[in-house]
Design a protein around this ligand. Structure first.
Ligand SMILES: Nc1nc2c(c(=O)[nH]1)N[C@H]1C(S)=C(S)[C@@H](COP(=O)(O)OP(=O)(O)OC[C@H]3O[C@@H](n4cnc5c(=O)[nH]c(N)nc54)[C@H](O)[C@@H]3O)O[C@H]1N2
Ligand SMILES: Nc1nc2c(c(=O)[nH]1)N[C@H]1C(S)=C(S)[C@@H](COP(=O)(O)OP(=O)(O)OC[C@H]3O[C@@H](n4cnc5c(=O)[nH]c(N)nc54)[C@H](O)[C@@H]3O)O[C@H]1N2
Ligand SMILES: [Mo]
Length: 846
């Protein structure tokens, strides 16, 4: 997936899905949705005449703007299930943590690449002009290419940059830097590192980014829905493109069906999730990180009680007979995977395991797997094992049955309209001209590395690792550029990162927020927010429900500039700015992407109005697509509609994977003990509490954490909450609202104790995305706010996928009794003169 953005990846899959899903007769009858058809104008809508429109991962919205100031933001009239996250949007613009000016780290300003790197993170920066900043950036890239070569520059940037296709900031950075010279890119992402690698071997596609069976079918046909490590009510608040929140209408329906007992929903999760509380459905507790054992015991029951679908196994799968001996205890480990065996590991009584197996076999059962169980050590195994379980149930390809790995993401399950969505500003050099430094000599190092192994590359340069069937030699890069991702939020194990960063000569961050990634950079460039520029975006990531205008609300604040502007001016230093922009400005690009999309849709009989009309109105909506069943075509004819696996069938045993001969991913899924596991597992004597760092209910990762008004709704003593069970709190003398220290051998942080019945003993949670705020730059410094990646472990999921393992983490918690240091995460840099004298930062000098 190197150099393929998630959107491109999605649109190619969506296109595939659409061609299967949408019969042409229906296409012929299509039309634009009229406001009166589908928009229940909400009561506020009539007051919103003249308000501007824009979009975000957390939904489309209207903004009241007066005298170049955004005064109010309300959900777009179409959005019937807006999220509270939207309330953070105003503060995104006016946050005290904005990057205001181009800034250079004090010691780097003085000594350039020979700076004292251990000072990184002390947050002292010198303000420079845009000209000086871009000259510095340009000459650094010249130096890197001349002194080293393309292996020395890291540009891996797959992250949750804002929506908007013209200003897709990663594309701008890659295109501009790519005109200058080559660099090291990354493969995969932090979301589904393990899942997207294992599932193509098993089911023939990543599945995690695939459109899933439509909710209509699920609501009509499913009798049992198993939400396995899955919290859609929390996670559907955001989407990869501007989110429509249409999936919530179906979740409302599901709630009714749970109440009238026509569908049983079972949430298999150590924690009582937001979804389980919302649906008021059944909670099925499992010990953390032990799902594979539970799945094996379910499979064992299906086999032992002859409940599995032999015909399905025979017709659609390969290798069951190679897997069965492991289940029966006839392989090396000599352990039969009985419910009694599993009970000791997963904590679920054997009788309850049998009961669940029978329930799933006797009813139309839809399994929906979330992603957190593959964001842990051996995360490939539960994904593969869940596919085997679903194969044994024999319902894959039936409406309301089978398995899905994506129904908690970006409104998957809301059917696709079939319309085309706007393309993006091109990331690749497409002009036929070569980069200024056309050096392809990577000195034997790989030009692409798995994204979660970027810190390994600094600490173990030149190490050869396996990655998805080939060898990767980790490049000892000297310079890194980050844009549209927050590396010092997303990556694991802060103190290890600090040590690794000592290897870096120069670090550049482009952001609108003064995140920890900026704090630990040498050169910081102020991007403007998406609300300070014009753009266009898809409305709905998979539903392709429409096209949204992102109308500039206000001019860029302070000295910030759009990413387009930044890199256009960078390209001037090579005299290639017109080639970069194709001689089109921002608004011309918006119109160009719209017209391209419109031409496509005219061919598909989805008429769209002329650009000026669209821009004035602010959106185009398309009719909802036809319901669809995932894998139905495969079920209908497995020869003609073969899967993308080596054999074309579901691979219960994979010869290909077995041939890689890996220590931690074999020819079929197996149960493996973890490096760290609670409840008697390794390390639990010293650190008994399992820390899960799930995705925040109140934010998108680190985005909107900068909003003071939003933080006020969830922080405790100004710190990120750590959720803890009443029993664990009591044992430690901790009361709700106490300041606590959470620690292990990797780090320590302050957090606010939030005692909750949703959490069982030995399980605690800190949401990912909490801004890292160390007391100082040194290794081991206390994090004052509560970033869970201060504590997580930076190990691979396996040799196969090399994904991140954030959810393999043990900690201890104690009441904090000392004098609490102030939170250092927010409010920007400490500006200093070139002599190091502090310059006070005004609170909001717009
Ligand atoms: N412990 C733990 N860690 C995790 C996870 C976990 O479950 N547990 N989850 C992982 C997952 S799944 C993911 S996807 C990652 C997310 O990691 P990231 O994608 O890095 O997270 P974000 O906080 O969304 O960071 C996006 C950054 O881009 C900036 N940005 C937004 N718009 C623009 C723009 O237009 N221009 C520029 N220049 N910058 C912009 C934002 O201000 C923000 O700093 O985190 C991973 N990390
Ligand atoms: N509001 C909001 N929504 C988001 C995001 C966000 O930041 N905020 N981020 C988006 C992104 S980039 C991604 S990748 C997805 C993430 O989607 P996921 O990775 O699926 O989400 P998480 O919230 O990390 O975890 C989901 C559930 O898994 C459970 N779980 C964790 N470990 C285990 C385990 O060992 N066994 C079992 N059975 N359950 C376990 C957790 O308790 C939680 O209820 O969410 C997306 N949606
Ligand atoms: Mo993600």
């Amino acid at each position: 997936m190197a150099n393929v953005t998630r959107r491109q990846f999605l649109s190619s899959l969506a296109a595939l899905g659409a061609s299967v899903a949408v019969p042409s007769a229906w296409l012929m009858a299509s039309r634009i949705v009229q406001a009166s058809d589908e928009i229940n104008l909400n009561p506020d809508a009539k007051d919103m005449a003249g308000w501007k429109i824009s979009g975000a991962h957390w939904g489309a919205f209207r903004a009241r703007v007066e005298a170049d100031r955004v005064l109010e933001i309300k959900p777009f009239e179409f959005d019937k299930h807006p999220t509270d996250i939207l309330q953070g949007t105003l503060d995104v613009i006016y946050s005290p943590s904005r990057v205001r000016y181009p800034m250079v780290r004090l010691d780097w300003y003085r000594k350039k690449q020979n700076s004292n790197r251990a000072e990184r993170g002390d947050n002292r920066f010198v303000r420079v002009s845009w000209d000086e900043a871009l000259d510095i950036l340009y000459s650094e890239l010249e130096r890197i290419q001349k002194t080293y070569g393309p292996w020395a520059l890291h540009t891996g940037n797959v992250g949750w940059r804002s929506v908007g296709q013209v200003h897709s900031c990663g594309n701008h950075m890659l295109r501009a830097v790519g005109m200058h010279g080559r660099s090291v890119g990354t493969a995969g992402d932090y979301s589904t590192g393990a899942g997207q690698v294992i599932l193509p071997y098993v089911l023939g596609s990543t599945e995690v980014y695939s459109q899933g069976t439509s909710w209509e079918y699920i609501l009509d046909e499913s009798k049992v829905i198993v939400m396995w490590a899955n919290d859609p009510v929390k996670n559907l608040q955001v989407g990869w493109n501007t989110e429509t929140h249409e999936a919530f209408a179906y979740l409302d329906e599901l709630k009714k069906k749970v109440a009238d007992k026509s569908i049983r929903v079972i949430c298999i999760d150590p924690v009582k999730s937001k979804t389980q509380n919302f649906l008021e459905c059944e909670h099925f507790y499992v010990n953390p990180q032990t799902d594979v054992a539970l799945m094996l015991a379910l499979a064992h029951t299906l086999w032992k009680e002859n409940l599995y679908d032999k015909e399905f196994i025979q017709t659609y799968t390969l290798g069951f007979e190679d897997f069965l001996p492991y289940l029966k205890g006839e392989t090396e480990d000599k352990v039969e995977k009985t419910p009694e065996w599993a009970e000791k590991i997963c904590g679920v009584p054997a009788a309850k395991i049998r009961e669940l197996a029978r329930l799933m076999a006797k009813n139309r059962t839809q399994i929906m797997v979330g992603w957190a169980i593959q964001r842990q050590e051996h995360g490939e195994q539960p994904y593969w094992m869940a596919a085997i379980l679903a194969s044994m149930l024999g319902q894959i390809g039936l409406p309301g049955g089978g398995i899905s790995y994506s129904h908690h993401y970006s409104s998957v399950g809301v059917s696709s309209s079939g319309a085309s969505m706007p393309g993006a500003f091109p990331l690749n050099l497409d002009t036929g001209r070569k980069p200024r430094y056309d050096n392809t000599d990577y000195k034997g190092y790989s030009s692409t590395m798995p994204v979660a192994r970027v810190i390994d590359a600094l600490l173990e340069p030149g190490k050869e690792i396996h990655f998805n069937g080939h060898q990767v030699k980790l490049p000892p890069y000297k310079m890194a550029i980050f844009s549209g991702c927050n590396q010092w939020h997303r990556h694991q194990q802060r103190n290890r990162m600090k040590e690794a960063y000592l290897q870096l000569e120069t670090v550049v961050a482009v952001d609108y927020n003064w995140t920890a990634t900026c704090r630990f950079a040498d050169l910081v460039l102020p991007a403007c927010t998406p609300y300070e520029r014009n753009d266009i975006d898809a409305y709905g990531s998979y539903s392709n429900r429409g096209v949204i205008a992102m109308q500039k609300l206000v001019d860029p604040l302070y000295h910030s500039r759009s990413d387009f502007d930044i890199w256009y001016n960078f390209c001037k230093r090579m005299g290639r700015e017109e080639e970069y922009s194709r001689s089109m400005n921002e608004m011309q690009w918006v119109e160009y992407l719209y017209e391209e999309c419109r031409a496509d849709n005219v061919r598909k009989e989805f008429p769209m109005p002329p650009f000026a009309e669209f821009w004035k109105k602010g959106y185009v909506l398309f009719p909802k697509g036809k319901p669809w069943v995932r894998h139905a075509d495969f079920r209908e004819d497995p020869e003609v509609n073969a899967l993308g696996t080596p054999s074309g069938f579901i691979e219960i045993y994979s010869r290909k994977l077995a041939s890689f001969n890996l220590s931690d991913c074999k020819g079929h899924p197996i149960w493996m003990e973890k490096t760290e596991r609670s409840l008697g597992g390794k390390g639990s004597d010293k650190y008994p509490l399992w820390l899960q760092s799930t995705h925040p209910d109140t934010r998108l990762h680190s985005q909107t954490c900068e909003s003071e008004s939003r933080r006020a709704t969830y922080t405790i003593k100004d710190r990120e909450p750590v959720y803890i069970s009443p029993a664990d709190a009591k044992k430690r003398g901790i009361k709700h609202g106490d300041l606590v220290r959470v620690f292990n051998d990797r780090g320590q942080l302050l957090a606010g104790a939030h005692i909750s019945d949703n959490f069982p003993p030995n399980v605690v949670r800190i949401h990912e995305g909490a801004w890292y705020g160390p007391t100082g730059p040194e290794v081991g410094a206390l994090d004052t706010y509560g970033d869970p990646n201060t504590l997580t472990i930076d190990i691979r999921t396996s040799e196969l996928a090399q994904g991140p393992s954030a959810n393999t983490c043990l900690v201890e918690i104690e009441k904090f009794t000392g004098r609490a240091p102030a939170v250092t995460s927010f409010g920007g840099p400490q500006e200093v003169t070139v002599d190091g004298k502090p310059i006070p930062r005004q609170r909001n000098p717009v």
